[in-house]
Write a protein that binds this ligand. Structure first.
Ligand SMILES: [Zn+2]
Length: 342
């Protein structure tokens, strides 16, 4: 089969399309013929060698795949060849204290697609049957490859970690990104008042179609000042933060008293100053969030099957144009997700 691999860290030029052996399903595993694979910013960090995850070379990129089961390993029950599936990005151990208490994303010994298996930028991958999530018939492979990470992450941040309620206000940072646009849809569907920022009016206009109530152009406007203006000087109940750097401080400044900031990323600056005094005097909370659970993905698919949310596929590239696809993502021009197809 064909797989995209790299033998040294670097820019998109290090990617090679190579012919490697087809994966065979071990006991309890299935092999999936990949139809579509979603790109994620993590892939850039892994390729550049700055992900803070251990990467052994050559490495095959890609964590988010959708396809058909083509082979069942020994002992697999409940799944058939031909089933349309989207494997959970993680392979939880199912034994540790976190797995046993419904918190599988912080499993002590998890596998991860592309780290403990082959990568998703390929024609096939073998995964544990326990990782499989069924794709509803009404969701295409391209949409499925654009659903799990964006909507699952947004769900976990907004509802499980951030405890967003209907009627509350939320500020979504970078509404044009995969998880930002997913968060706007989920928060709006949930009945929240949704504010958001982006670097262009075009992205804000598109987010408005998804349910954004107040758009803030971060290059032209002061985010916290605009948030205060739109909330009667109160600030928002929740900030959905995944940018880092200056945006982290702007986010804290946008919170109401007793407000919550949930974060899952920091590309724009991973280490920030933090003023402790106003933080505790206004009783704010900063909450970390990592990945999501399979149940949360199922809930997102149920909404997608009903047409309540829609995965946003900005562009589709064939596998052999992976370098162009990654460059597009790195320019951050897209609205939604970029997908590779085999
Ligand atoms: Zn575990």
């Amino acid at each position: 089969m064909k797989a995209v691999r790299f033998h040294e860290f670097g820019n998109a030029d290090v990617l090679k399309i190579e012919e490697i052996e087809d994966p065979k399903p071990g006991p309890g595993e299935v092999t999936i013929a990949i139809k579509a694979s979603g790109l994620n910013h993590l892939d850039v960090d892994v390729r550049e060698g700055i992900s803070r995850f251990p990467v052994s070379l050559p490495h095959s990129l890609g964590i988010e795949v959708a396809g058909d089961i083509i082979a069942l390993g020994e002992g697999v029950e409940g799944w058939e060849v031909g089933d349309r599936v989207n494997p959970y990005v993680m392979a939880p151990c199912e034994r540790c204290r976190y797995c046993r208490t419904g918190r599988e994303s912080i499993c002590l010994e998890p596998g991860f697609i592309s780290f403990s298996t082959g990568g998703g930028y390929a024609e096939q991958v073998a995964v544990k049957a326990g990782q499989l999530i069924k794709i509803p018939d009404s969701v295409s492979y391209e949409e499925a490859a654009a659903t799990q990470v964006a909507f699952g992450t947004a769900w976990h941040m907004l509802f499980t970690r951030g405890r967003l309620s209907a009627g509350e206000s939320v500020l979504v940072n970078a509404v044009g990104s995969g998880i930002g646009s997913a968060a706007v849809q989920l928060a709006s569907h949930h009945g929240a008042f949704v504010l958001g920022n982006a670097s262009s009016q075009d992205k804000l206009d598109r987010a408005a179609e998804l349910g954004l109530d107040v758009g803030i152009n971060r290059l032209e406007e002061d985010i916290a000042a605009r948030v205060m203006e739109a909330t009667d000087d109160r600030g928002v109940d929740l900030v959905f933060e995944h940018v880092g750097g200056k945006m982290f401080q702007d986010s804290l400044d946008s919170l109401s008293k007793d407000g919550r900031l949930v974060t899952c990323g920091g590309h724009a600056g991973e280490v920030v100053d933090f003023d402790i005094i106003p933080f505790f005097r206004t009783q704010k909370s900063v909450i970390g969030s990592f990945v999501y659970t399979r149940e949360e993905v199922d809930r997102c698919y149920a909404l997608a099957a009903r047409g309540d949310i829609k995965a946003l596929v900005h562009a589709v590239f064939p596998l052999d144009q992976v370098a162009d696809a990654m460059r597009m993502m790195e320019r951050r021009e897209q609205f939604g997700k970029i997908v590779l197809t085999t």
